[in-house]
Design a protein around this ligand. Structure first.
Ligand code: APR
Length: 178
C-alpha cells in the first residue's frame, strides 16, 4: 500500500527492516545506544560489530531524539537511532513519540536521505498500544511531509507481521480520509 503526496510518499511493507535496501533504516533503540533486543538487536546483528563501535562514540541518546551512524553490513547506507518513550499513559508519551519521527526525518534530510524505513517505534518492549502509536506516527510523518514539500522523501512503515499491517491500514484510512 502506498500513499503519494507531491513528490514524496508513505508506504506500508511487511518485512524484516534489516533486509531493506533503502537509504536509511531507523532503529528503535534505548538510551545507551549500545544494543538490546527486538529490532535493536536485529539491526546490530545484521550490521555487524562496526555499528556498536560507532555507537560507543555517540554517548547515548535522550528519548525523542535521533542520532545517525553508517549502516556497515546492512544494505541500507545509514542507520538513524531514536529512543521511543516507555509507555506510561501520560500525555507526554505521544509528544515524545512524535519527536522520534520528526527528529529522525529532520536528520535524514540533513544527510540527503530520500528513502527512510521506520519500525513501529515503542510498540514492542516499550509497550505503546499499536493503534495509538500508528496514529501518532502517521500524523507526525504527514505533518513533516506537508512542511517539507520541496524535499523528496519516501517513508516506508515496516510492519513485522500482518496484524501490524492491518492496523496501519486502518489508521491510514482514518487519517487520510479525515
Ligand atoms: N524488523 C521490523 N520490525 C521489527 C523487527 C524487525 N527485524 N523486530 C522487531 N520489530 C518490531 C516489533 O514487532 C515492534 O512492533 O519493532 C517494533 C518495536 O519493538 P521493539 O524492538 O521491542 O522496540 P521498542 O518497543 O521501541 O522497545 C525498545 O527494546 O530492543 C530493546 O534496546 C531496545 O531497550 C530498547 C527497547
Amino acid at each position: 500500500m502506498i500513499y503519494e503526496r507531491g513528490k514524496s510518499s508513505i508506504s506500508l511493507k511487511i518485512a524484516d527492516i534489516t533486509t531493506l535496501e533503502c537509504d536509511c533504516i531507523v532503529n528503535a533503540a534505548n538510551k545507551t545506544l549500545l544494543g538490546g533486543g527486538g529490532v535493536d538487536g536485529a539491526i546490530h546483528r545484521a550490521a555487524g560489530p562496526g555499528l556498536l563501535q560507532e555507537c560507543y562514540y555517540l554517548h547515548g541518546c535522550n528519548t525523542g531524539e535521533a542520532k545517525i551512524t553508517k549502516g556497515y553490513q546492512l544494505k541500507a547506507k545509514w542507520v538513524i537511532h531514536t529512543v521511543g518513550p516507555i509507555y506510561s499513559g501520560r500525555e507526554e508519551d505521544s509528544f515524545m513519540l512524535q519527536n522520534c519521527y520528526w527528529n529522525s526525518l529532520n536528520l535524514a534530510k540533513e544527510y540527503s536521505i530520500h528513502s527512510l524505513a521506520f519500525p513501529a517505534i515503542s510498540t514492542g518492549a516499550y509497550g505503546y498500544p499499536l493503534r495509538e502509536a500508528n496514529y501518532i506516527s502517521l500524523s507526525s510523518i504527514l505533518k513533516w511531509l506537508q512542511e517539507n514539500q520541496d524535499y523528496e522523501m519516501h517513508v516506508i512503515l515496516v510492519c513485522f507481521n500482518e496484524r501490524f499491517y492491518e492496523e496501519y491500514q486502518k489508521s491510514f484510512q482514518k487519517i487520510v480520509l479525515e
